[in-house]
Design a protein around this ligand. Sequence first.
Ligand SMILES: Cc1ncc(COP(=O)(O)O)c(C=O)c1O
Length: 395
Amino acid sequence: MLKKIPTTAVPLSIFEILKGFKSFFGNKSYIEEFEYSFARYMGSSHAFSFNCCTASIYVFLKAIKKLSNRQEVVIPAYTVPTLVLPIRKAGLKPVLCESSLDNFTMDFECLPDVINDNTLCVLPIYHFGFPYEIDLPLKLASEKEFFILEDTAQAPGAMLDGKKVGTLGDAGCFSLCRGKNFSTFSGGMLVTNSDELANFVREERNLLPRQKFSFEITSPFILTLYSLVTRPIIYGSFYKLISPFKHTTVHESFESKQYSNFQAIIGLSLLNRLDEFNGIRLKKGMALYEALKDNEHIILPRVTKNSTPVFNHLPVVFKEIKTMERVQAELWDRGIDTGRMYLKPVHHLYDLGYDKQKELFPKALYIAERLITIPSHPYLDNKSIEIIINVFKRL
Ligand SMILES: Cc1ncc(COP(=O)(O)O)c(C=O)c1O
């Protein structure tokens, strides 16, 4: 079978990429226009762009360090492991909190045991595009005077109680990298309603180096390739060539830079279509969710009341690893690729000083070993949805 549904995709048109060439003529900064539009879309007072979300986290942490001497930054034990890097680069200490089987992200019931007088910041993370209540961390933050940075990398546009997630805490960060709902291949955003924090972040961000001209000039080619390889027919036909680029190793460093003018034009165009894409993802994701939710072999994340998830993926945790492997193989044979996100909890990949003899975060390990992501992007067609549902029905 030539056609294969990739794990992630954003329908970026060649026409949209061509628009980016405007950036090579004249002196106009599309970055400012993009930041202004992003802030308006989020309903936030300020938005700042970066070369990646990791850089936005780093700059935010450097900014809050100017307001407090505390040292610890709390993240869930099951998450994107490279979150350790901006924390360390800012001279701070990553601290883990157990993950929850309810939503595959931070278990807030464990949070009171993790925070202390040295807690500077807590990062609730909306994994896979699912919003959930952060009332408890917000309450603890105001009592114990630490900051909340919502990691909204995977959930741009997701809503909770009529508000966009990413605007509920002190700041929210977003990733525009490959695989996200809103992607210009790379990039990151930070939003905040605090004028004080915005001033610090602006100062730090403006000190970052700009993207080199060589980056700007190669961007059209990279974005064109990216747009093409995620189309099912090309993904399937050239899978052998594409697959080596899918796997990333555990990074030891990252670069902090400003966003590029070329990408800002693409970003402006995609921002106009984000609600449309998210609507399609919601429809497809919920069709799968409803069909799979009572399957006794798996666990799905809870969909929070009064929330609108944006289904970066549909994450499925299998009770048995063998069943997971069988489902992945069957879906692949039927033309649907699935992903394994974060094969190990963070403390198995980076030495954070935790005791290696006993497993301190068993739920995080359970999720890491058993979670696959099912595509829910606009290229997932109805026939493939039916195939996925049938594969699960036969378990
Ligand atoms: C939850 C989360 N946070 C942060 C990041 C880092 O984003 P970036 O690759 O843009 O630095 C990612 C990227 O995968 C992510 O999924």
